[in-house]
Design a protein. Structure first.
Lengths: 328, 293
C-alpha cells in the first residue's frame, strides 16, 4: 500500500513538472496569447483593436498586468478544478472540445489496441514456434520493415490507396455529414467504416511491435527448464504450447498494454490530422497549425495526464500478475 | 602499442558487427546512403529549375526516379537531400547520447535530494509523449530560422531519457563494485574512476543507444519537415514529401504516383537499415544478451 502511495505521489510530481514546463514555454512566447482572438473580434464587431484586446482578455481569463507566476497558479488551480483553459481559435472552452473529441480518440485507440494485441500475440507465438523456417523469416522481416515506416507515412499511404484510389474508405470525419447520430445499426456501421482508416494506421505499427516482442518472449520461454520438464512428463505439444509457453510469454506484454495505450494517445496525433478524424489529435494538430496556445496547453495536459495514468496502471498490473514483483 | 590497441578495437567492435548478419546488412544499407550523402552531390549535379515540358515523367534512364510537378529530376533531389537527412539524424543522435550520458552518470553519482530531482527530470522526459511535445517546441520556434544544429538539438531533447535511465542504473550498481573500491583505495581520483573504470562498462550502452536512436531521430526530423514546422534544405526528404503531398497534390493525379513513392521508398529503406544495424549491434553488444557479469 505504501508503495502505491509513493508511486502516486512521485507520478503526480512528474505530472506537475511536465505541465509546468509546457506552460512556461508557451507563455514565454513573445506576443500576446489573446492577440489572435482580439483580431477576429475586432473584425466581427468592427471595433478598435485595444478594445477588442480587452474583451479577448476577459473571454480567455487573462489579466495582462498579472505576473507569470500568478497566471501559472491560476492555470494549475483551474486544471485541478477540471478546467483545461480556453481556445482562442474555436472561441470556446477547451473542455467542450475535449468532451466532443475524446470519445472518438478513445474509441479508435481501444479498437486499435484490441486488434493489434490479438494479431501480434498470435503472429509472434506462431513465428517463434516455427523458428528458423521460412514462415518465421517472412513474419519477422515484414514486422521489421513495418517498423521502418513512420506512422504518418503509413497513414498517408492508407488514405491514398484505400480512400483516394480505391474509394472503399471515406476521406474524413467520424461519420457522414448528412447523417444524424443515432443508435441505429446503420449509424454504427457508418461509424465503424470511418474508423477503419485511422484505426489501422495506428494498429499496424503496434501489431509489428507486439509480434516481435511476443516472438522474442516465446523463444526465451521455450528454452526454460520447466518447458523441458513438461515435455519429459509427456504432456501434449498443444497443451505445452498454449498453457505453458503462451501464458508465460504473454505476461510481460499484458503489463505493457497500458503503456502502449498511453503511447498511442501521443502517437495518434498525426494520424487523426491526416484522416481528418475529429479526435484529440486532430484538434491538437489544428492548434499547432493556427498557433492556438491555449488549446495546445490544455490538450497536451490532457495527453500527459492520460499517459501518466496509463503508466501507473501498468505498474499496478505488473505487480498483480507477476508474483515475483511484490507491492512493497 | 598503438597497433595492438587498434587490433583490439577491431576484434572488440568491428568484427562482431561484420559477422552478425543483421548488422552487416544494416551497415551495407547505411554505408550506401552515407556514400550518397558524401560523394553523391559531387557526382550528381542538382538542377532545380522548373521545366514544365518534362513534368511527371515516368522513371527512365535519363531520370531514374522520374520528375516531379515542376519537371525537376527526383533522383537529383534525393541525392542532395540525403546529406541533410543523414547529418541531421546523426547530429540529433549524437546530442541525445551526450545529454543522456551526462544526466545518467550524474544521476548515478549524486545522492540525496539533488539525485531525486534529477531522477524526476529523467522520468518526465521518459513519460511525456515525445512527438506531441516536439511539435509544440517546433511550433514555438517556427518563426526563428533554425540551423541544422538547433533542429538536431530540438529533436535530441526528446531522445536522451532512455539512455540516461539505463546509464544511471548501471552506475548505481557499478559504483559499489570491488574494482571501483580498489581504484578508490589506490587514490586514483574521480576522473580516472569515471573515465577509465566506469566508461568501459557504459560504452556498449552508449553505442547501442546511438544506433537505436537513429530510427527515432530520423522519424522525428522527417516528421517535423513533413509538417512544415521547420524550414530547412528544400531537398530534405521530409520537405520533399510535404511538397509532393500537400503542395503538388501528387496523390490525386494518377501520373504523379512515382513522385511520393520514391521519396517514401528511400525514407523507409534508410530507416530499415538503421533498425537492422541496431538489432544486430544489440545482439552483439548487449551486455545482458552476451552474458557479461
Amino acid at each position: 500500500m505504501k508503495y502505491i502511495v509513493d508511486r502516486l505521489v512521485y507520478l503526480f510530481v512528474v505530472l506537475i513538472i511536465a505541465i509546468s514546463g509546457v506552460f512556461v514555454l508557451v507563455n514565454k512566447m513573445p506576443g500576446d496569447p489573446a492577440y489572435g482572438l482580439a483580431v477576429s473580434i475586432a473584425q466581427q464587431r468592427n471595433m478598435q483593436m485595444d478594445q477588442a484586446l480587452e474583451i479577448a482578455h476577459k473571454i480567455m481569463g487573462i489579466d495582462p498586468h498579472e505576473s507569470l507566476i500568478v497566471r501559472y497558479f491560476r492555470f494549475i488551480s483551474n486544471l485541478f478544478k477540471g478546467n483545461f483553459g480556453y481556445s482562442a481559435f474555436y472561441q470556446t472552452s477547451v473542455n467542450e472540445i475535449i468532451a466532443k473529441s475524446l470519445p472518438w480518440t478513445l474509441f479508435v485507440i481501444s479498437l486499435a489496441t484490441f486488434v493489434s494485441f490479438l494479431v501480434g500475440i498470435f503472429m509472434g507465438s506462431f513465428a517463434a514456434q516455427k523458428r528458423g523456417t521460412v514462415i518465421d523469416l517472412i513474419i519477422s522481416t515484414i514486422s521489421s520493415i513495418i517498423q521502418a515506416v513512420p506512422p504518418f507515412v503509413l497513414a498517408v499511404l492508407i488514405l491514398f490507396i484505400f480512400a483516394v484510389r480505391l474509394r472503399v474508405l471515406p476521406i474524413g470525419g467520424a461519420y457522414p455529414v448528412d447523417v444524424e447520430p443515432s443508435f441505429s445499426l446503420q449509424f454504427i456501421l457508418k461509424v465503424l467504416h470511418h474508423a477503419i482508416g485511422p484505426m489501422f494506421a495506428t494498429a499496424i505499427p503496434q501489431m509489428a511491435a507486439w509480434t516481435l516482442a511476443m516472438r522474442g518472449n516465446t523463444s526465451q520461454v521455450m528454452e526454460e527448464d520447466y518447458i523441458r520438464f513438461a515435455q519429459a512428463r509427456g504432456l501434449k505439444d498443444s497443451v505445452i504450447a498454449n498453457k505453458y509457453i503462451k501464458n508465460n510469454a504473454m505476461l510481460p506484454l499484458v503489463a505493457s498494454l497500458a503503456i502502449s495505450i498511453g503511447y498511442m494517445l501521443g502517437g495518434h496525433t498525426l494520424v487523426e490530422s491526416i484522416f481528418n478524424y475529429p479526435g484529440i489529435g486532430f484538434y491538437f494538430g489544428k492548434a499547432i497549425a493556427v498557433r492556438d496556445f491555449g488549446l495546445l496547453t490544455g490538450l497536451f495536459s490532457l495527453i500527459v495526464i492520460g499517459v501518466i495514468i496509463a503508466t501507473f496502471i501498468a505498474e499496478i498490473i505488473y505487480a498483480l500478475i507477476d508474483p515475483r514483483v511484490k507491492l512493497k | 602499442m598503438k597497433n595492438k590497441r587498434f587490433s583490439n578495437f577491431f576484434y572488440d567492435y568491428i568484427q562482431p558487427i561484420l559477422t552478425n548478419k543483421k548488422s552487416l546488412i544494416g551497415l551495407i544499407i547505411f554505408s550506401f546512403f552515407i556514400l550518397m550523402a558524401t560523394i553523391g552531390p559531387l557526382v550528381v549535379p542538382l538542377n532545380m529549375n522548373s521545366n514544365f515540358a518534362e513534368r511527371y515523367q515516368k522513371p527512365s534512364l535519363k531520370h531514374p526516379f522520374g520528375t516531379d510537378y515542376f519537371g525537376v529530376d527526383i533522383f537529383q533531389q534525393i541525392v542532395h537531400g540525403s546529406r541533410s537527412v543523414i547529418s541531421l539524424t546523426l547530429l540529433a543522435s549524437l546530442f541525445a547520447v551526450i545529454i543522456g550520458t551526462i544526466f545518467g552518470v550524474a544521476r548515478g553519482y549524486i545522492e540525496g535530494i539533488a539525485g531525486k530531482i534529477l531522477d524526476a527530470i529523467i522520468t518526465v522526459f521518459l513519460v511525456i509523449p515525445s512527438f506531441p511535445a516536439l511539435l509544440i517546441l517546433a511550433a514555438i520556434f517556427t518563426n526563428a530560422k533554425l540551423n541544422a544544429v538547433e533542429i538536431a538539438l530540438l529533436v535530441a531533447i526528446w531522445l536522451w531519457a532512455p539512455l540516461a535511465k539505463q546509464i544511471s542504473a548501471q552506475v548505481l550498481t557499478v559504483k559499489s563494485k570491488e574494482f571501483i573500491e580498489a581504484s578508490r583505495m589506490l587514490n586514483m581520483g574521480l576522473g580516472y574512476i569515471l573515465f577509465s573504470d566506469i566508461a568501459k562498462l557504459l560504452i556498449p550502452y552508449i553505442f547501442i543507444n546511438f544506433v537505436t536512436q537513429i530510427k527515432s531521430a530520423m522519424e522525428f526530423s522527417i516528421g517535423l519537415m513533413f509538417l512544415g514546422l521547420a524550414k530547412f534544405d528544400p531537398t530534405h526528404w521530409g520537405i520533399m514529401l510535404n511538397y509532393a503531398l500537400y503542395q503538388a497534390g501528387a496523390l490525386y493525379t494518377p501520373k504523379g504516383f512515382h513522385y511520393p513513392f520514391f521519396i517514401i521508398l528511400n525514407i523507409v529503406l534508410l530507416i530499415y537499415g538503421g533498425i537492422l544495424l541496431a538489432q544486430g549491434i544489440e545482439e552483439v553488444f548487449n551486455p545482458k544478451l552476451r552474458g557479461h557479469e
